[in-house]
Design a protein around this ligand. Structure first.
Ligand SMILES: [Zn+2]
Length: 162
């Protein structure tokens, strides 16, 4: 998916929230406090995340309650964009650059980057080990070739590096 497609598919906060909700609750909302499966939408200020109230324990929750994004003040669209940018940049993303791209301060971008990378780290999740056909990106190893006047060393696919 490119950045334009991301914008088209997630044009606003509601589509982002729906996306996160479908991942967290693929077969219906579950109360993160007690595990009950009946809850209702409650009125919340327009600038806050959509909240639910459990019909069993009556406690309130949002899609991020008790996740790595618990009580986040950033819009979910900012998180989604950060996840997109971090997972699609193979060489890592400096927090100064991320800050510019997602429109936060550098310290906030640093925390966002840290949280997203932590979520990607399989030791912090119950993600199963890879199975079946696994494809890896290729890379080339070895230092820069010696500079020889008049010779243009090929880069990327044309290189003679291992
Ligand atoms: Zn509950």
């Amino acid at each position: 998916m490119n950045l334009n497609q991301l914008r088209e598919q997630f044009p606003n906060e509601a589509t982002c929230r729906k996306f996160f909700e479908n991942i967290r609750w693929p077969s219906g909302r579950i109360c993160p406090h007690c595990g009950h499966d009946k809850s209702w939408v409650i009125q919340a200020a327009a600038n806050r995340q959509k909240r639910y109230e459990c019909s069993h324990c009556t406690r309130q929750f949002t899609v991020t309650t008790k996740t790595a994004l618990h009580a986040t003040k950033l819009p979910l669209s900012t998180w989604l964009l950060a996840m997109y940018l971090i997972t699609s940049s193979s060489k890592g993303l400096a927090s100064t650059v991320l800050a510019r791209l997602i429109g936060t301060t550098q310290p906030t971008a640093w925390k966002v980057g840290h949280t997203v990378r932590k979520m990607m780290d399989s030791s912090h999740s119950d993600a199963p080990l890879l199975k079946g056909v696994v494809e890896l990106d290729e890379t080339y190893v070895g230092g820069k070739p010696p500079i020889v006047p008049g010779i243009q060393h090929k880069r990327g696919k044309g290189t003679s590096k291992q």
